[in-house]
Design a protein around this ligand. Structure first.
Ligand code: AMP
Length: 544
C-alpha cells in the first residue's frame, strides 16, 4: 500500500477557536449572567483573546496536561472560555451536572480526581459542600468578579481576577496528538454508579463537523443559536464547537430556563435555531400559547434526549411554523447518533405518513454505524418490524469507560446502547424502549414510548409515562401515569378509550393513575425507576 501525501495536522479543539477568530471575528456571543442576571455580549475575537488569558491563568495555577478540571456552570461565555482553554492546553474539561445529589457529585469528582473546580455563583454552596470531600481538589474558582464573590466560599478564587492577572493574551496553543483526552462527562447512572465518558480532541472535532451537515443540525453563518441543552450535559450536543465552525451567533440563557425567559431571549436575539430535551419545550410552548405569542425568528429546533412526542412536534410545526428535528444520541456517543430528516422518496408523503416518520429517531449520521441484534447477538433485518438491541460504532463513540469496566462493549467492537429499536428499509431507526423500561406482557414486548406518544395527542394530557407493573396472569402489564394540563378534566376510562384503534388491543394500558408531576432525572428524562418503585404495589382493578 502507498501512503497518501497529505498534511497530517491533528484535529484539535484549539483549531476551532483559531478558525473562528480568523473567519468570524465579529460574530457575537450573548450570555445571561448567573451573578447579576445581566446580558453580556462580546465577539468571537474577544472569546479567543480571553480563552488565551484563561489558558495562561490555568498554567499559572499549576494545571498540567491530563489534569481534570471540573466545571459546574450554566450555559455562558465563561463556561465557553473554559471549554476552549482547558482542552486547549491539553487538560481535560470535566463538566458536572449540578442537578445530581452532592454526594454523587463528590463521588464523581473523586473518581475523576479533579484538581480544580470552576462554578457559577449559583453553585457556590455546592462548591463549599463538596470541596472538603474531594482530596485531589486544589483550587475552587467562582465564575465572577471580586464584587460578586459569594460569602459561602471565602477560600475560592475569583475567575475575573485570574483573567485580569494576565497582562496580555499572547499565547500559542500547543500542538499534540489528536487522540489526547479533551473532555470528561459522566452518564447520569440511574442504576449503579455513574460512568465517565472520555472524549478526545479528534472525536470532538469530527462530531462537530458531522453536526454541521445539512441533514444533521446544518448550522449556518446566518443562524443565531440558543442551546437550551446544558453545557454540563454531553457538551450541549456539540453546539459550542459547531457554532464556532459555522460562524453562527451563540445565545446562552444562563440559569433563566423558564418558558418566559427563553422566549424573550429568543425574540430579542433573533434566535433561528435551538436544541433541547422535550420537557423544556413543553414549558416554552405552554408560555407561548397561554400568552398568545408568536416566534418571529425561530425556524428550527432539535429535540432529543427522550422521544419527541408527535403531538409536541405538530404543535411547533402547525401552529408556529417551527420545524422540529427529532434526534437520538447518548453521552457515550458525543452524543449525536441519528437525526430525522426526510429522504427524496418521502417527498410526497401524506401528513399522516410524515408524522409516522417523525415519531422515529431518524437516520444514522455518517460516522455512526448501527445494527440491531437479537438476544443471541444475531443481526436483525432493517424492515421496520424486527426489534432488538441497538448497537453502534464510530469515531465519536466511546470504546470504554474511564477507569471502569463494562459489559456494554462487544467482542467485535460495537457499543451496546441499552436501547431497543427497529430500523426500516430507508434506515430510519425507532427506539421502542430503553431495555430496562420494556413492558413484557405474556412474553411479548409492549413499547412504552408508543403508548406515551399516542396519549400525548389527547388535548387534556400534559405528560405521560407507561411503566411495567407486575401482573399475576401476564407477568407485567402497562400502567399509564398521567399529568393533566392545568384546568383540564380526564377520566381513566376516557384515557383508555383514546387508545382504541391507535395501538394493538392487548397493548392498551390496564389502568391509569393521575399525578401532579412526573419525577425527572438530572438530564430531564422521566425517572421510570422511581415511578415503578412508587407504583410497585398497584392493585389492578377487578377483572384486569
Ligand atoms: P444520555 O446519555 O443521558 O444522553 O441518555 C441517552 C439515552 O437517552 C439513550 O440511550 C436513549 O435511551 C435516550 N434517548 C435519547 N434521545 C432519545 C430519543 N430521541 N428518543 C428516545 N430516547 C432517547
Amino acid at each position: 500500500m502507498l501512503h497518501g501525501l497529505m498534511m497530517n495536522q491533528p484535529l484539535l479543539i484549539s483549531g476551532i477557536l483559531r478558525f473562528a477568530e480568523r473567519a468570524h471575528p465579529t460574530r457575537e456571543v450573548v450570555s445571561r449572567r448567573a451573578e447579576d442576571g445581566a446580558l453580556h455580549r462580546y465577539t468571537y475575537r474577544d472569546l479567543a483573546a480571553r480563552a488565551r488569558k484563561v489558558a495562561k491563568a490555568l498554567i499559572a495555577l499549576g494545571i498540567k496536561p491530563g489534569d481534570r478540571v471540573a466545571t459546574i456552570a450554566w450555559n455562558g461565555y465563561r463556561h465557553l472560555e473554559l471549554y476552549y482553554a482547558v482542552s486547549g492546553i491539553g487538560a481535560v474539561l470535566h463538566t458536572i451536572n449540578p442537578r445530581l445529589h452532592p454526594t454523587q457529585i463528590a463521588w464523581i469528582m473523586n473518581h475523576a480526581q479533579d484538581t480544580a473546580l470552576f462554578v457559577d455563583t449559583t453553585f457556590a454552596k455546592l462548591l463549599a459542600g463538596v470541596a472538603p470531600h474531594v482530596a485531589s481538589l486544589k483550587h475552587g474558582v467562582v465564575l465572577c468578579g471580586r464584587a460578586h464573590m459569594p460569602a459561602e466560599t471565602p477560600d475560592a478564587l475569583s475567575y475575573e481576577e485570574l483573567v485580569d492577572a494576565q497582562e496580555d493574551d499572547a499565547f500559542e496553543w500547543p500542538e499534540f496528538d489528536e487522540n489526547i483526552a479533551s473532555c470528561l462527562c459522566y452518564t447520569s447512572g440511574t442504576t449503579g454508579n455513574p460512568r465517565g465518558v472520555l472524549y478526545s480532541h479528534r472525536s470532538t472535532v469530527l462530531h462537530a463537523y458531522a453536526a454541521l451537515m445539512p441533514d444533521v443540525m446544518g448550522l449556518r453563518a446566518v443562524d443565531s443559536v440558543l442551546p437550551v441543552v446544558p453545557m454540563f450535559h454531553v457538551n450541549a450536543w456539540g453546539v459550542p464547537y459547531s457554532a464556532l465552525i459555522a460562524g453562527a451567533k451563540l445565545v446562552f440563557p444562563g440559569p433563566a430556563l423558564d418558558g418566559k425567559s427563553v422566549f424573550e431571549l429568543m425574540q430579542s436575539e433573533g434566535v433561528t435555531f435551538s436544541a433541547g430535551v422535550p420537557t423544556v419545550w413543553l414549558g416554552l410552548l405552554q408560555h407561548v400559547e397561554q400568552n398568545n405569542l408568536r416566534f418571529s425568528t425561530l425556524k428550527r429546533c432539535v429535540i432529543g434526549g427522550s422521544a419527541a412526542p408527535v403531538a409536541l412536534q405538530q404543535r411547533f410545526e402547525r401552529e408556529f411554523g417551527v420545524e422540529i428535528l427529532h434526534a437520538w444520541g447518548m453521552t457515550e456517543m458525543s452524543p449525536l447518533g441519528t437525526l430525522n430528516q426526510p429522504i427524496a422518496a418521502q417527498a410526497s408523503e401524506s401528513e399522516d405518513e410524515k408524522y409516522q416518520r417523525k415519531a422515529k429517531q431518524g437516520r444514522g449520521v455518517f460516522g455512526v454505524h448501527m445494527r440491531i441484534v437479537d438476544e443471541a447477538g444475531k443481526e436483525l433485518p432493517w424492515d421496520g418490524q424486527a426489534f432488538g438491541a441497538l448497537q453502534v460504532r464510530g469515531p465519536w463513540i466511546a470504546s470504554g469507560y474511564f477507569r471502569s469496566e463494562s459489559g456494554a462493549f462487544t467482542a467485535d467492537g460495537w457499543f451496546d446502547t441499552g436501547d431497543v429499536a427497529t430500523i426500516d428499509a430507508n434506515g430510519f431507526m425507532k427506539i421502542t424502549d430503553r431495555n430496562k423500561d420494556v413492558i413484557k406482557s405474556g412474553g411479548e414486548w409492549i413499547g412504552s414510548i408508543d403508548l406515551e406518544d399516542a396519549i400525548m395527542k389527547h388535548p387534556a394530557v400534559a405528560m405521560a409515562a407507561a411503566i411495567a407493573i407486575a401482573h399475576e396472569k401476564w407477568g407485567e402489564r402497562p400502567l399509564l401515569v398521567l399529568v393533566k394540563k392545568p384546568g383540564q378534566e380526564l377520566s381513566r376510562d376516557e384515557a383508555l378509550a383514546f387508545y382504541e384503534g391507535k395501538v394493538a388491543k392487548w397493548w392498551i394500558p390496564s389502568d391509569v393513575v393521575f399525578v401532579d408531576a412526573l419525577p425527572l432525572g438530572a438530564t430531564g428524562k422521566v425517572l421510570k425507576t422511581e415511578l415503578r418503585a412508587k407504583f410497585a404495589g398497584h392493585r389492578w382493578p377487578e377483572g384486569v
